[in-house]
Design a protein around this ligand. Structure first.
Ligand code: TNX
Length: 509
């Protein structure tokens, strides 16, 4: 069912409400394959979740979390039990099913029960999130009979939050993790440091958080996370199969660090703390050995706190670092990351220096980015550097939707819901083969975001589109069909009390 809304008029025209989609057509992200067939399974007071005899503890945990999510407030008892036989929801690890890969799953529903099969607990978790979407959002009703066989297109499906421009409590980030994981996003990139604030406690350099953390954009009090809080967040994310990628931005974006430790500046004088929103004015002192002790200790402590394989070292907008210094600094910073057993991620400016073997580049250009800059990223991608795509004029959640959006910036243009969704990561950068694309990420910069409702308003619903671009097969990507899938999520977002933009291009339910 399509509406005739001319391209470019989307923000003004209100899309007509199409006929309701069948449940398997509403799944978001769209699965690799789904077929409705046979009679439904109806949840009842006696429904149990079965994890299988002798199932690993982790499967039981996936079952417990799913039970909690399906129960809802005042809902069914849904106990989690061992054993395999009998009706209810069955979670099955089957390592033999090679086509399901590391995150794929099979979900089969008949009147006798629902079976979730995957090679890994992560796959079972994703299957559970699909099942949640097949349960009517309100009232009674069954899960329609049928089968979903689903695998992700890309391994890396990320969202970033900038907790440096404004400080946010860990609780708010956990809430975001829950919101994202239900759409199969599996990576949370935390932009922990910037000119305006240093948000993570580092034992060997305590003033970073104590002094450098006590500021934020606009002059508020700021704040920081203790190591315990960070560990707790990482563990919470891991239980939802979300990996944390922490970022310490360098050699630019470091005013909070320089303000905390004058020994890090070339002239030994600490700058004032900064609460504005300019970029590109600060730099670590590339010629000082103390700088490298600093990054070694900071990245060492962070590596020790972080179970995931990546450390993000920024590398963007180093406008106050001469190009040769930048390259020399990034060589050493990359070596430090390797010495601590991690893999480098950096913003794509690293492509113009010397990316170390295996380093991952995060592209954040846009339509008007110079061809030479894009070509450098493509060349790096072809020579073996995996690329994460975060094109600012599609993927940046901090761009305003339109002139009426209150929070947000617009340096990459307005990004309405349709625009944020309408690009194909596999063919986005001319000449970059899909095999070089590790995945996609939606960054939320927070110069203009100071509370939960502005955060959610900018992220929702656009982050759902990014989730689909990262997960669904290329053939499923279609705006006309997508906006109906998205419309069907409205009541679910509301049930979770998520603030979202009811974009006029979407025929919201
Ligand atoms: C560019 S994207 C930046 C950030 C800003 C953002 C605002 C990138 C790597 N750097 O420092 O917060 O734009 O949209």
């Amino acid at each position: 069912v399509s509406c005739t809304v001319a391209h470019g008029d989307d923000a003004k025209a209100t899309a007509r409400r199409p006929a309701a989609l069948a449940p398997y057509e509403r799944l978001l992200p769209a699965p690799a394959s789904a077929r409705a067939e046979g009679a439904p399974y109806v949840f009842g007071a006696g429904t149990v979740i079965r994890t299988g005899v002798g199932a690993p503890e982790e499967v039981r945990r996936v079952g417990e979390l799913l039970a909690e999510q399906l129960r809802g407030p005042g809902g069914l008892p849904l106990p989690v039990v061992d054993g395999d036989e009998g009706d209810g929801v069955r979670l099955r690890l089957d390592t033999g099913d090679a086509e399901l890969g590391a995150e794929g799953y099979r979900l089969r529903t008949t009147p006798a029960g629902i079976t979730l099969t995957a090679r890994t607990p992560a796959g079972l978790f994703h299957a559970g999130q699909t099942l949640r979407q097949l349960v009517p959002v309100r009232g009674a009703g069954g899960v329609p009979g049928g089968t979903v066989v689903d695998v992700p297109r890309f391994a890396y499906r990320g969202a970033m939050v900038d907790v440096a421009r404004h400080h946010f409590p860990v609780e708010q980030v956990k809430r975001y993790v829950d919101q994202l994981a239900q759409y199969k996003i599996n990576t949370l990139h935390l932009h922990l440091t910037d000119d305006q604030g240093w948000r993570i406690a580092i034992d060997s350099w305590p003033r970073l958080a104590e002094y450098g953390g006590a500021s934020e954009v606009g002059g508020g009090p700021g704040g920081h996370w203790t190591k315990e809080e960070y560990r707790d967040l990482v563990a919470y994310a891991a239980e939802r199969y979300v990996d944390v990628v922490p970022e310490i931005d360098m050699p630019g974006h470091v005013n909070a660090a320089l303000a905390s430790y004058p020994e890090l500046t070339c002239d030994g004088k600490a700058p004032e703390r900064y609460t504005g929103i300019k970029v590109g004015f600060s730099s670590l002192c590339v010629g000082k050995e103390r700088t490298y002790e600093f990054i070694d200790q900071v990245l060492g402590e962070l590596a020790e706190l972080t179970p995931g394989r990546y450390l993000h070292i920024g590398g963007d907008e180093a406008h106050s670092t001469p190009a040769a210094d930048y390259a020399a600094f990034m060589d050493r910073a990359q070596r430090v990351v390797a010495e601590h057993g991690k893999t480098v991620v950096a913003w794509h400016q690293l492509a113009n220096a010397r990316p170390a073997p295996g380093a991952v580049l995060q592209y954040w250009g846009h339509d008007r980015t110079a061809a030479a800059e894009k070509a450098a990223v493509v060349a790096a991608g072809k020579s073996g550097h995996p690329v994460i795509l975060s094109p600012a004029d599609h993927a940046y959640l901090d761009m305003k939707y339109d002139t009426a959006t209150k929070p947000g910036l617009a340096w990459a243009g307005y990004v309405p819901v349709r625009r944020s969704y309408s690009w194909n990561p596999g063919s986005y950068l001319p000449g970059l083969p899909e095999s070089a694309v590790l995945g996609v990420e939606a960054p939320l910069w927070t110069e203009t975001v100071a509370n939960r409702s502005d955060w959610e308003l900018l992220a929702f619903p656009r982050v759902l589109g990014l989730a689909e671009l990262g997960w669904s097969p290329s053939a499923a990507l279609d705006w006309t069909a997508y906006r109906e899938r998205l419309a069907a999520q409205g009541p679910r977002l509301e049930a979770q009390d998520i603030t979202y933009y009811r974009a006029p291009e979407v025929p919201w339910e």
